[in-house]
Design a protein around this ligand. Structure first.
Ligand SMILES: [Mn+2]
Length: 337
C-alpha cells in the first residue's frame, strides 16, 4: 500500500500588526497557536508534506522579527513545507521580485521550500508511481487568466496536484470581483487536485469527473464582514492512494480559533459605515437644498429665509446692504463710461 498524504493551508498573512477589526490581546500568540495546530494536524494525519497556498506574510517587507519568529517555527516543523507566493508576498504582484522579499529570504535559509512555474516538485512513491506538484504563484493578471489554474499531465505523471494563488471561484452573481469561474477550467485541467488561495472566504470543495477543487479559506480572519465572522478557519487534509487511485480531501477546522464574535469586532467597521453614511447624507442635503436655489443673490437670501435659516429682520438687513452695494457698483460702472 502506498499512500501520499498532505495538508493544504493558505493566507496566513503573518504580521506583527493586529488587523484593526481583531480583538486579540496578543496577535503574535494567536498566529503562533494556529501554526502549531496546523503542524499538529499534519502530524496526526501522517502528512508527508504541508502545502501553503500563498500570502504567507502580509507584506514582502514584513519586519525581521516576524520573519524570524515564523521562519524559525517552520524550520522546526518536522514536515517539509512547500509554499507558493501570494500577492502580499511580492512587490507589485510581480513574481520576479521573490528574491527581494522576506518569503524569498526564509526560503533561501531553508525554513520553507518555494514552488513556482519553473520549479514543480515530484515525489516518487515506493510502488514507482510519480506524484507531481505544479504551481502558479501570484503574478500580474492571474485573476483573469484561466490558464494559470490549468495544469497538464506529462506521460510519466501518474498523479498531478496544482496549487495557485488567484481568484478562482464558483460562478455566482454575488461576486462583483474579477475572477476565473471554476466551470472554465474544470474540464481542461489534468490536475487530480487543484488547491487555491487568495479568496479568504474559501469555497466548498467541488468534485468534477474525479477531480477536486479546494479552497479552505484563510487561516486567519482579518475582516469584519459577517461571512468572515461566521466562518471557522480550516485547513485541508488530503491523501492519494497510488495503488487504487483513490483520492480523498477533507477540511479540518482549527480548534484553537475563537468564535468569530469573540475574535472580531464590528465596532470600527460600523463606525466607518456610520461615518460614510453621514457624509453621504450631507452631500445629499447640499444637492437637495441647492437644487431649488437660483443664482440670483436676492433669491438665494429669500429662499434661505424661507428654509428658516434666517430671521426676517436679518433678511431685510441683508437685502438692504446688497441694494447699497449694488448702487455703488452701478455708479462705478456709470462713472467709467
Ligand atoms: Mn490573502
Amino acid at each position: 500500500m502506498a499512500i501520499f498524504r498532505g495538508l493544504f493551508c493558505t493566507d496566513t498573512h503573518y504580521s506583527g500588526k493586529r488587523p484593526d477589526c481583531r480583538t486579540d490581546e496578543d496577535f503574535m500568540t494567536t498566529q503562533k497557536n494556529k501554526t502549531q495546530e496546523i503542524f499538529k494536524i499534519a502530524k496526526d494525519n501522517k502528512c508527508n508534506i504541508i502545502l501553503h497556498g500563498g500570502d504567507f506574510f502580509d507584506s514582502p517587507d514584513i519586519s525581521d522579527n516576524v520573519a524570524g519568529e515564523f521562519g524559525a517555527m517552520y524550520l522546526t516543523a518536522g514536515i517539509p513545507v512547500y509554499v507558493i507566493a501570494g500577492n502580499h508576498d511580492l512587490r507589485g504582484n510581480n513574481y520576479p521580485t521573490i528574491n527581494q522579499t522576506k518569503l524569498g529570504l526564509i526560503a533561501r535559509l531553508g525554513a520553507v521550500k518555494l514552488i513556482d512555474k519553473q520549479h514543480p516538485i515530484v515525489f516518487r512513491m515506493k510502488d514507482g508511481k510519480r506524484i507531481k506538484i505544479t504551481a502558479s504563484p501570484s503574478d500580474f493578471g492571474i485573476d483573469t487568466c484561466a490558464d494559470e489554474f490549468i495544469s497538464k499531465k506529462k506521460s510519466d505523471d501518474d498523479f498531478l496536484i496544482h496549487v495557485a494563488h488567484g481568484m478562482l471561484l464558483k460562478k455566482s452573481p454575488q461576486h462583483k470581483t474579477t475572477y476565473v469561474p471554476l466551470s472554465d477550467i474544470q474540464d481542461k485541467t489534468d490536475a487530480d487536485i487543484t488547491f487555491v488561495g487568495h479568496y479568504h472566504l474559501g469555497f466548498e470543495t467541488t468534485e468534477a469527473n474525479g477531480k477536486y477543487f479546494v479552497n479552505p479559506g484563510a487561516v486567519i480572519r482579518r475582516y469584519a464582514f459577517f461571512e468572515e465572522m461566521e466562518r471557522v478557519p480550516e485547513v485541508s487534509v488530503f491523501s492519494i492512494d497510488t495503488e487504487t487511485g483513490e483520492i480523498s480531501v477533507k477540511n479540518v477546522p482549527l480548534s484553537c480559533a475563537a468564535e468569530g464574535s469573540e475574535a472580531i469586532s464590528r465596532e470600527r467597521l460600523e463606525k466607518e459605515i456610520e461615518y460614510s453614511q453621514k457624509i453621504e447624507d450631507f452631500k445629499n442635503s447640499i444637492i437637495k437644498d441647492t437644487a431649488t436655489i437660483s443664482d440670483n443673490i436676492e433669491n438665494i437670501i429669500n429662499e434661505a429665509a424661507e428654509a428658516s435659516f434666517l430671521e426676517d429682520d436679518v433678511r431685510k438687513e441683508i437685502n438692504a446692504r446688497i441694494a447699497d452695494a449694488k448702487a455703488v457698483i452701478d455708479s462705478q460702472i456709470f462713472m467709467e463710461e
